[in-house]
Design a protein around this ligand. Sequence first.
Ligand SMILES: [Zn+2]
Length: 186
Amino acid sequence: MPSRLRREPRPDTLAVDGETVSIRRSARRRRTVSARFEEGRIVALVPEALPAAEERRLVEQLTRRLRSRETRTGDAELETRARTLSARYLGGRAEPSSVRWSGRQQRRWGSCTPSTGEIRISESARALPEEVLDYVLLHELAHLIEPGHGPRFWAELAGYPRLERARGFLDGVSFAQDRGLTTPTG
Ligand SMILES: [Zn+2]
């Protein structure tokens, strides 16, 4: 029965705990499944060859893990973290009025409004290593002191020991995104 060999077309979304997760399948992806936030929604990247049941199991697992990490770090935790960073590296001179996660930012990791003291950090930044997220926060905090990107701005950040590493990391992420690089998994 040749029809049994034909792969059933699969939907490109899965409902997990009432939430719609977008599924992006790739023939080039061999083994690893990953999930991340894109514009506030969860997107799972899966190998095309994965059997449907296994795909569902892994997507559910990753979605729940991502969501539980999110509830652990809500806006209040983010704001506390920002204030701690300001105290440690900026002498407490950056005093944000609010620090929030934002699902609406697509192209930037963070933004701030110096006139109101509001800082917004992209949901996508949840996936960054801790030290890089700290840099993203510090960057926006420093803008409350110095709006531009001149020497005075970078002098404010000079005390953060992982500065160059974090900037290099984000440059690498942008580079990979711009050129459609994917991780070789062979
Ligand atoms: Zn900036």
